[in-house]
Design a protein around this ligand. Structure first.
Ligand SMILES: C[S@@+](CC[C@H](N)C(=O)[O-])C[C@H]1O[C@@H](n2cnc3c(N)ncnc32)[C@H](O)[C@@H]1O
Length: 281
């Protein structure tokens, strides 16, 4: 089978499996199995795949046909221009979460040697990105589940993020709250039980513990505001990623807890995605 034939077969099978981005995915899969970049692929269209590459392709297509996430198959995914290891047990970093990074960096521009706490860290994509973008920062990340925590640690190591540390702990027990921070950031589980049946087939392979939140999706926001507001320096910022339709409620929770300058920032799809507030001076 030539690279050209492999690309066409992959596209057809992925489309038949109901995958929306089948063209993009087919390209990524061919790159992955050949180790070629886009230019090399174009100039090698008539090259034959080796038996090993063909077997690999068949296995990947089978996995995608049952909608096992492409990111888990590849074992890594890009976030804010860096690569993060991912696999079963950890949430795949989403482009939406880059909204939280942009807002955090805007705030950190005016803070010297900031201390940052990332709650519910998972792959560590938020804490590690902030640590790598602001090298003089000191970052602590908290993650409860060992299956996810091994990726938190692995990604600190792979990204050589020497200014980033991680602790396995529970935000409901206020893990990490003993410090004093300029910025506390969290993308917690936020999907209400009623919406769990609407998640994509790929998301169904991701850990429920990273997605589901009681109290109509609000339990983590409430626990973090109650448990960690006292750990923010005066003038410090608390910033959350929020789910669809949750921004106004979270903004109100922050306001009721004494935060000011509350802002809601939209993601690239024009959906409210980040809610932030400043602790009173
Ligand atoms: C929505 S994921 C976010 C992961 C990562 N921050 C990101 O943006 O991709 C939420 C994370 O919170 C973790 N988590 C769930 N309950 C927790 C708890 N009680 N304390 C600390 N972490 C928790 C999950 O294991 C998961 O890794």
């Amino acid at each position: 089978m030539t690279i050209f034939e492999a690309y066409n077969t992959t596209k057809k099978k992925l489309e038949a499996a109901g995958i929306e981005d089948y063209v993009f995915e087919a390209k990524q899969i061919i790159k992955h199995i050949t180790g070629f970049n886009s230019v090399q692929i174009l100039s090698s269209y008539n090259n034959k795949l080796t038996q090993f590459q063909e077997n690999n392709l068949t296995a990947i297509i089978h996995q995608r046909e049952i909608r096992y996430p492409l990111q888990y198959i590849f074992g890594e995914w890009d976030f804010y221009g860096r690569s993060f290891c991912v696999g079963t047990g950890v949430l795949v970093p989403r482009a939406d979460t880059e909204t939280v990074i942009d807002k955090s960096l805007e705030y950190l521009k005016n803070t010297e040697k900031p201390k940052i706490l990332d709650l519910c860290a998972g792959s560590g994509c938020i804490g590690i990105t902030l640590g790598m973008e602001v090298l003089e920062a000191e970052v602590l990340m908290i993650e409860k589940y060992p299956e996810a925590f091994r990726y938190t640690l692995k990604n600190i190591e792979c990204n050589k993020a020497d200014n980033v540390k991680a602790l396995m702990g529970d935000i409901f027990e206020r893990a990490g709250a003993e410090g004093e921070y300029d910025l506390i950031v969290s993308n917690p589980p936020y999907i209400p039980q009623a919406q769990m049946s609407e998640i994509s087939p790929e998301t169904a392979f991701e850990p429920e513990t990273a997605l589901l939140a009681d109290d109509n999706g609000m339990e983590f926001y409430k626990a973090i505001i109650d448990g960690y507001s006292a750990s923010l320096k005066k003038g410090g910022m608390l910033i959350f990623e929020v789910g669809i339709g949750e921004s106004e409620i979270v903004a109100e929770l922050l306001e009721n807890a004494g935060y000011h300058n509350i802002e809601i920032k939209k993601d690239l799809n024009h959906i409210d995605r980040a809610v932030s507030g400043i602790m009173e001076e």
